[in-house]
Design a protein around this ligand. Sequence first.
Ligand code: SF4
Ligand code: SF4
Length: 438
Amino acid sequence: MNIDLAFGAGCEDKPESGLAIQPGATPHLALQQGHWVKLICGASYQDMPAVRLLVMLYALAGVDCVDVAADSAVIAAARRGLTDAVQLAAMLGDQLWGKVLPFPQGLPWLMVSLNDSEDPHFRKAHFESAHCPSDCDRPCVSVCPTAAIQFQGPSLGGVATDLCYGCGRCIAVCPVGQIEAQSYLASPEAFSAQQLAQIDAIEIHTQTGHREEFAQLWQRLRPWRSHLKLVSISCPDHDQVVPYLRELYELMAPLSVPLIWQTDGRPMSGDLGKGTTHAAIRLARKVLGAGLPGYVQLAGGTNAYTVDKLLELGLINHRSFASPSDGYGQIGEISRFQTARMDAASAAATIAGIAYGSYARSQVLPLIEDLEKELELWLDDGSYEQSDGRQVASLAPSTSEFPWPALDHSAFRHSLTRAQKLVGQLKFHQHFLPTRYG
Ligand code: SF4
Ligand code: SF4
């Protein structure tokens, strides 16, 4: 059964044709079939309202996984975004998808990111505005992609830490070099057992040469590992990266869940230009060539250009659109251990998926304020501190009035369409002109 996503006539971001959702594609099947798509909210990004709406939009757009900061409030916001997506799909299904089943692919998995040592994803910018020269043009303000740097007066300003995700762009442009990066370690011990049980997957950020630090973190994760559905290892390129990843695999084996190698090309740069994707592709080819057990998924500089480049290079699995009767559909009938063995043996010549971070956020963040206004009567404004998803109220209409009298012209429609365009490139084998580079 294919599901046509009918796009409204008034939508400026309307794609040229409808999209067909893969039937029955769970996150695990998406990995196996090579069309796994992950939203990276940001390992340090703690803007809870934005995380909630990003997760809601990209869940509706069909991602398989959302990757968020290892922070219980952020996790609660992400869970609320997932609940919002389910409720919106039920409320708007007919208008968005025709006659449809929302989430035929299952809900996206919730992943949190941890680091075994200092890592650019786990840092916040900091400076004392009193030390800024009075004649500075404040390039730090304009370069920040999340408006995390604000000044309320000549020497009154600084970094809003919740909004900073450590991209480092302000550090590079400060003419007097007074912005420093404050690094931290995300700790699994910060979570209660109940919170840990709500997390489907973990990602460990590591770097070549950090075997001991990785081993220590892996050991600390021991009580948690049996609850997980997936482990992802994110590593940047290095001359010795392949032997290092092999060491990590030996250290983790035997794994009873699927394993992803996230090839972290040029971190947090996908919104800077189409060329940023090359480093992730280069590293993905290196890891694929090494035949390591596990799936290869790109990140770090991925954007609307990535799928086209991968297609050019023959790195996308065209079997991804094979019939579910070709054997993939049997996955639920075999044991978890057998599945993991199958996963470990599946080192193929093609990538399993793509994670989008900066670029995914840049597509919808400009519309988030308008979207919040549209939904203000519908989104409950309870505390984001609550982390037990089963108790979190979500879309809670305080009015029976439909929030979008003109849905096709709404910020919701525009932002969802942008998210769908990005996700659809790999997931639906639909290729759109990149909105920014077209
Ligand atoms: S430019 Fe990047 S590092 Fe600097 S404040 Fe903004 S998000 Fe943080
Ligand atoms: S660029 Fe540097 S000196 Fe200028 S306002 Fe920003 S932090 Fe201060």
